[in-house]
Design a protein around this ligand. Structure first.
Ligand code: ADP
Ligand code: MG
Length: 240
């Protein structure tokens, strides 16, 4: 579903990604971890074209992200992305937040978009909040709305960038639970997260990045059992 081949990226003279390669199969859940500044966000932003890269290729469902002929807005609409900060529109109600991209990008009619939005809102346990504005919800609730909003676009894959790291501890699990459900339903997911409980529960593979490189790309049991590199061992010993 997602193929990353020999991707390198520079910000001016600074090389932020160095020869990164990996693949995510359909239905696979891959957790990306590593120290702050190691390039995790940059890598997953490259996957849906939010960042460009100078070398290598990325394809999503066979579509080349770096090809200037590719319709990036269309591709982005099919790859859901959930960020650390929920990025809901504060002046719109939850219902309107859920319907907006469906009508504007996919051209769905408004009633169908609202109905789909409400169904997904129900699925993340927030139907009763449909009429509210984002500011009236907790961080955990807003993040669940953000996930529902991404799902409303019928994504072929979901990318998460530290979706729980801005949340108070008591709200982390309500968001992880939604992600676990998605994983169990077979969604293809690439998740930047340091929630190793989540990784142990649902990840197929774990990627460890350091200084712009993919240092390890191992199946979960291998990664937690005996990380090969010293850097991954040191990282794990700090966060576990
Ligand atoms: P991570 O998500 O692993 O914390 P990032 O992908 O956000 O890492 O950043 C990787 C490196 O790239 C960091 O050193 C960061 O300072 C640098 N960086 C990120 N965005 C930019 C930018 N727009 N311009 C210059 N440097 C950047
Ligand atoms: Mg980041």
């Amino acid at each position: 579903m997602i193929s990353i081949k020999n991707v390198s990226k520079w910000y001016g003279d600074f090389q932020v990604l160095t020869d990164c390669s990996t693949e995510v199969q359909k239905g696979e859940v891959v957790v990306v971890c590593g120290p702050s500044g190691s390039g995790k966000s940059t890598l997953i932003k490259c996957v849906n074209g939010l960042e460009s890269f100078q070398q290598g290729t990325i394809t999503v469902d066979g579509i080349s992200v770096g090809d200037p002929k590719t319709n990036l807005p269309k591709l982005r609409s099919r790859v859901g992305m959930v960020f650390q900060h929920f990025e809901l529109f504060p002046h719109l109600t939850i219902t309107e937040n859920l319907a907006l991209a469906q009508t504007k990008v996919l051209g769905r009619n408004k009633d169908a978009a609202i109905e789909k939005g409400l169904k997904l809102l129900d699925r993340v346990g927030l139907k009763a909040h449909a009429h509210k504005h984002p500011g009236q919800l907790s961080g955990g609730q807003q993040q669940r709305v953000a996930i529902a909003r991404a799902l409303a676009m019928d994504p072929i894959a979901m990318l998460f960038d530290e979706p729980t790291s801005a949340l108070d501890p008591e709200m982390i699990n309500e968001v992880l639970d939604v992600m676990v459900e998605l994983a169990k339903e077979g969604m293809t997911m690439m998740c930047v997260t340091h929630e190793m409980g989540f990784a142990r529960k649902v990840a197929n593979r774990v990627i460890f990045m350091d200084r712009g490189q993919i240092i390890e790309d191992a199946n979960k049991d291998e990664f937690f059992g005996s990380p090969r590199s010293e850097r991954a061992q040191a990282f794990l010993s700090k966060i576990l």
